[in-house]
Design a binder for this molecule. Sequence first.
Ligand code: HSE
Length: 295
Amino acid sequence: MSMFKIKVPATTANMGPGYDVLGMALTLYNEFEVEKIAKGIETVGFGLIPLEENLVYIAMKKTLDLHGKKVNGLKITAKKIDIPMSRGLGSSATCIVVGIMIANKLMNNILNKEDILRIGTEMEGHPDNIVPAAIGGMCASIYENNEVIYSKVNVANNLRFVVMIPDFTVSTHEARKVVPKNYSKKDCIFNISRVAMLVASMNNGEIEHLRKATQDKIHQPFRANLIPNIQAVFKACEDLGSKAEFISGSGSTLMAIIDEKNVQFEEKMKQFLETIEGNWKIKILAVDTEGAMVV
Ligand code: HSE
């Protein structure tokens, strides 16, 4: 018997300068179905991952354990997996958020949004994918003393987000190792100014500021080596009229922001991507404003 389904969006974290702070939900989704069965816990559609390593199960169990609850007789099916794994589009955050939401449903919705964000961020270590995956939109987050504080940023309706996804993966764990431990005051001010400008100009719909506002000295210069052809892809985007380019999360996906009127972009960029290695796929997405939902 089908009990419920959960739909959860992809997310793009950092958005250039907002390392571990900014993230946005996108109109690309994974969907999971939860059913009652006679006994045990079954997972379907997750490939060959054993139950103990399945992030949806881990998040569900952790949430139930935290509340002294257990479950028996449940089947979780990954119905539609459109978000590629290890590409910087928040697929692990989707699993964590879904696992917590399944547990919450089983406990008659005793958790509020803040509880869900807290458990999810504790599991993931940073809030920038978890928060928009759970609540949608573009979000700025603070994670401190195991509490998550967030605020939504307006995103102009005419903006489109171009995700360019290569066939190679980047491990977030590895990509975090190449990020320095310390920065000069000059570089800190560089990033603070960009994050402030990015939030303000997004809120005000000042698209002309986005190129400068997405510059970064905290992580992208150190991660560029992990993504072959990054500079060529960024240059091609700019030549085709994109307003800004950045690494999505820790990569390997690259992101460009375009105006919806730039209808030539997709086809022309597709042609360019065919000329370089990596079997790149391109999708034009909008901002998802709702976040994860029981449907
Ligand atoms: N803020 C994270 C990072 C996002 O850049 O490492 C990836 O999960």
